[in-house]
Write a protein that binds this ligand. Structure first.
Ligand SMILES: [Zn+2]
Length: 408
């Protein structure tokens, strides 16, 4: 015997009396549960993009509701005895689902009727729902046009009717969609706006959908996924949008309406400041390098080795500017580090004749790190930034030993 579906004719039934026909143990996820079949139910199973209901059967919590051919199977968290049981539907969850689902009928109809974009799938999500549209990319005008048209039908508070008929009768009523099911079909009519075959749950009048908001549109394979929300979800989204805008406007010290201009201005200022800081750092590096060169003494082969470890709070670009500046001078080798991050930069004027890449590699054999470069310039990073001073000293000693060896 097929389960009688109370929601087909009364989607507003929240409480019902039924008979437990069977109750079999099963597993839900990893926990023990029971599969219950009733003679009739108001609980809606997962179907057509709409998640299933939750609720209670007697003292048992309904964890899931599944369509199983003609039967509806309720997964519950405790065993039920055969016989009469009182059932109830988690109404907040169900009404929200009915708002989103009925909103989907209406929104799909507007995209189809006005803009020739058929809906190929529907998903009712936890925060937002979405439909996938076939055809060319919907422009902003199309998205806004469908949203406005749907809301107009909502404000007109039109009745939503359940109609039954054979496939031929339903086709005569004006259902466009081909249906390959025999027998009596159920169709949902939004008066003057839409007629769709559907076995789901819907609100009674369009005003119950509440305001419909269209959100993002993104490409999914060959289709266009349009996100939307209805009812209390729209209220939450609008409230959240307002809070975000107010917070951003307050941070930028502007009116909400000026937010986009103010943000663009702040980004432009940031970019200009960034360029200016780089110029100043460059200039400072030139001066510091000149002063370091003055006080550096050359060895027997007229090579000047300059070693410098910068403190942790130094701008990360600065060690690079400084060492590049030093290596412009004849016979100079610059061994530069940045404490904290463990950044190392070895550079030389080509006339110094050493191999910076080989020197960095040798340093990393002694102190773990990663990096590379060429003869005149090499950079890397020590695994442990605390080793900067020792690593620089090791590199200097290595260079000096090389010079002494070549002098001998
Ligand atoms: Zn439906």
């Amino acid at each position: 015997m097929a389960t009688h579906r109370i929601y087909y004719d009364d989607s507003f039934a929240r409480d019902f009396e039924a008979q437990v026909l069977t109750c079999e143990p099963c597993v839900h996820g990893t926990t023990p549960a029971w599969e219950v079949v009733l003679d009739e139910t108001a609980l809606y199973p997962s179907s057509g993009g709409q998640p299933c209901d939750r609720g209670k059967l007697g003292d048992a919590n309904v964890l899931e509701v599944r369509d199983d051919g003609d039967d509806i199977v309720h997964i519950v968290d405790r065993e039920l005895q055969p016989g009469p049981v009182h059932g109830c539907v988690d109404w907040v969850r169900r009404f929200d689902h009915m708002q989103q689902h009925t909103g989907q009928h209406l929104l799909s109809a507007m995209f189809q009727e006005r803009f020739g974009r058929p809906t190929v799938s529907f998903h009712l999500g936890a925060e937002l729902s979405s439909i996938d549209l076939r055809g060319a990319e919907p422009t902003a005008e199309i998205l806004e046009g469908a949203e406005r048209a749907a809301n107009r039908v909502i404000f007109e508070d039109r009745p939503i009717n359940v109609r039954y008929g054979t496939p031929e009768e339903v086709a005569q009523m004006g259902v466009r969609k081909e249906v390959d099911r025999a027998g009596i079909l159920r169709a949902i009519e939004i008066e003057g706006a839409d007629l769709q075959p559907c076995g789901g749950t819907h609100v009674r009048r369009t005003a119950q959908i509440g305001t419909l908001l269209v959100r993002r549109c993104t490409k999914i394979r060959q289709d266009w996924r349009v996100e939307f929300a209805c009812g209390a979800r729209s209220e939450r989204l609008a409230r959240n949008d307002f809070r975000l805008i107010a917070r951003a406007a307050s941070s930028l010290g502007c009116a909400a309406d000026d937010l986009a201009d103010a943000a663009a201005r702040v980004v432009a200022e940031r970019d200009a400041n960034f360029r200016e800081i780089r110029n100043l750092l460059q200039r400072l590096a030139e001066l510091e390098a000149a002063s370091a060169l003055e006080s550096a003494s050359a060895d027997a082969s007229s090579i000047r080795i300059i070693v410098r470890a910068f403190e942790e709070n130094t701008h990360t670009d600065y060690p690079g500017f400084f060492s590049t500046q030093l290596a412009k001078a004849e016979g100079v080798i610059a061994l530069v580090g940045l404490k904290g991050g463990g950044q190392l930069i070895f550079s030389q004027h080509p006339s110094a004749g050493k191999d910076m890449n080989a020197l960095l590699k040798r340093t990393f054999e002694r102190f773990a790190g990663k990096g590379g470069g060429n003869r005149d310039f090499a950079r890397g990073r020590l695994t442990d930034g605390a080793n900067i001073d020792q690593a620089l000293e090791f590199a200097r000693t290595t260079l000096q030993e090389q010079s002494q060896a070549s002098a001998v």
